[in-house]
Design a protein around this ligand. Structure first.
Ligand code: BES
Ligand code: ZN
Ligand code: ZN
Length: 509
């Protein structure tokens, strides 16, 4: 029979410093299984695992019969749910297919966790026993269990601030593993990354009136208690420092622009700089967006949210890395003080820009932010993250984000991290810069020919000097309308897991 006590289990409440979006899953990693009303067992292929054969015998072969009726093949993410299984003293048994468990990336395991959470969402049972005994990764099943918990929790998050019925998911998951301590150590690091993802989701899902550049700066300041250095520049300071592009974009809004800097100095290495596009609402400006294209533009600050979330993830786990996030914040609005098409502005780099289209504003705030990162931090590498172009969505859709860089090694590293965490990148050409020639200024902000995502990237390149750099265009990845994978409808926090993985796996010596 099943043993009731959870031996040497370590309980972790993963809700680390959330501003809203109640979330109260708990995870216990123990060597022995726990008696629970819901049970989850994994299965690779058709031959029953030892866990499942044992349960099958107890259930008088009900499991074998159910799997046969369901034509279960043990493929990745196949799920069969057996209610009131005979002889098991449990309400429901979830049998989850894995395919070949040795071939699963972390991101694939997260998706399986998410599927379990979504399947159990409507159940009233509070306690869930997850058997991971049969699964082997390199040394033990510890990292599998930790990534599973990570996926469960990522899916459990819901932005419910404006819902009168909140219905938070509040389950206790018991995961049986060979090495409970190792599993909980693995999970602790992932819980820090989760908290970064949740911050990015909170910021992205928040409505535009409640998330203007000043609100965003205030949210960044809450990271001070974790030892993150925060600096906020006001429109006056931005103007005085010559950042005319960042200043111009915010000129039509009540708050004006902000430059927000968040620095986690966990080592004495030269810093990694992450630069984020932070347009808290993109109306298009005088080139106003029409129809449905304007509806989701509160999420045009998702790049800034992702880089701030990554700083939080690093600070919470006290990672031995030196990372600075520079976020160019503005609301791109229509008003009598807005920048007009045809205006020429001056960037801090000293390059003048003819603003031909006020809706191509992201590259303007990024231009001065890239300059600021270089001049003040001399980073060894810069990665910018931006919901930059509709052209990117037309090119690669939203199953990928686009990466642009001249540095093959950097592209390789980031692409591998993206694949691992299931935030896949696709490389697009960094070319067509000749389309940015203007008769009246050094550059224009709109390419006269060529693919829009590439001309936007070439515009940014003008502000990167000699610094190693990659640009991630995450348009289409920031917000989803219906629950999918590890995310319920709302901000996705896209980029936090990718950047965290890249920093922790390639930059820590
Ligand atoms: N924020 C948009 C890009 C975008 C579009 C993000 C759809 C997410 C979903 C950006 O500021 C923009 O408006 N880009 C224009 C540029 C054009 C005017 C050169 C675009 O891509 O249409
Ligand atoms: Zn725009
Ligand atoms: Zn935009």
């Amino acid at each position: 029979m099943l043993i009731k006590k959870v031996a040497s289990a370590v309980s972790i409440v993963a809700a680390l410093g959330l501003s809203h979006s109640v979330m109260a899953e708990t995870f216990s990693f123990g060597a022995k299984p726990h008696q629970a009303k819901s049970m989850v067992v994994f299965q690779s292929g058709k031959t029953l695992s030892s866990d499942l054969s044992r349960l099958d015998k107890l259930s008088n072969e009900q499991i074998t019969k159910a799997l046969s009726i369901a034509k279960f093949e043990g493929k990745n993410k196949e799920v069969v749910e057996i209610l009131a299984p005979v002889g098991l003293d449990t309400d429901r048994l979830l049998i989850v297919g894995l395919g070949d468990s040795k071939e699963l990336d972390a991101g694939q395991v997260n998706l399986i966790g998410a599927k379990i959470n979504a399947t159990l969402a409507s159940s009233d049972d509070k306690n869930v026993q997850v058997f991971t005994q049969g699964i082997s990764d390199n040394k033990s099943n510890a990292s599998f269990a930790a990534q599973l918990a990570h996926g469960i929790n990522l899916r459990a998050y819901k932005f419910d601030k404006y819902l009168s019925e909140k219905n938070p998911s509040e389950k206790n998951y018991y995961l049986s593993v060979q090495k409970p301590r190792l599993a909980s150590e693995n999970y602790n690091q992932l819980a820090a990354i989760e908290a970064g993802v949740f911050l990015a989701r909170d910021l992205t899902s928040e409505v535009p009136t409640e998330m203007n550049p000043a609100h965003f700066a205030a949210a960044a300041k809450t990271l001070k208690k974790l030892g993150v250095k925060i600096k906020v520049l006001t429109p006056k300071q931005i103007k005085k420092m010559g950042m005319g592009a960042l200043h111009a974009v915010g000129r039509g809004s009540t708050e004006g622009s902000r430059l927000v800097v968040a620095h986690w100095k966990g080592s004495d290495d030269a810093p990694i700089a992450l630069i984020g596009k932070g347009i808290t609402f993109d109306s298009g400006g005088y080139n106003v967006k029409t129809g449905s294209s304007i509806a989701n533009m509160k999420s045009d600050m998702a790049g800034a949210a992702a880089v701030l979330g990554t700083i939080k993830a690093m600070a919470l786990q006290k990672a031995p890395v030196n990372v600075v996030a520079v976020m160019g914040m503005a609301a791109n609005m229509v008003s009598k003080t807005s920048v007009a098409p045809g205006d020429v502005i001056m960037t801090a780099e000293g390059k003048s820009v003819e603003i031909l289209n006020t809706d191509a504003e992201g590259r303007l705030v990024l231009a001065d932010s890239l300059w600021y990162a270089r001049k003040n931090y001399s980073p060894k590498v810069m990665v910018d993250v931006a919901t930059l172009t509709g052209s990117k969505i037309r090119a690669v859709g939203n199953r990928f984000s686009a990466i642009f860089s001249e540095d093959d090694e950097l592209v390789k590293q980031l692409t591998l991290s993206g694949k691992t965490v299931d935030e896949a990148l696709w490389r697009l050409p960094l070319a067509y810069g000749d389309a940015l020639k203007s008769p009246i200024a050094d550059l224009k902000n709109l390419g006269s020919s060529g693919p829009g995502a590439s001309t936007a990237a070439m515009f940014l390149k003008e502000f990167t000097g000699d610094t190693k750099w990659a640009h991630l265009d995450i348009a289409g990845n920031a917000l989803i309308k219906t629950d999918k994978g590890i995310t319920q409808a709302g901000g996705t926090g896209y980029g936090v897991r990718l950047l965290s993985h890249w920093i922790l796996n390639t930059q820590v010596k």
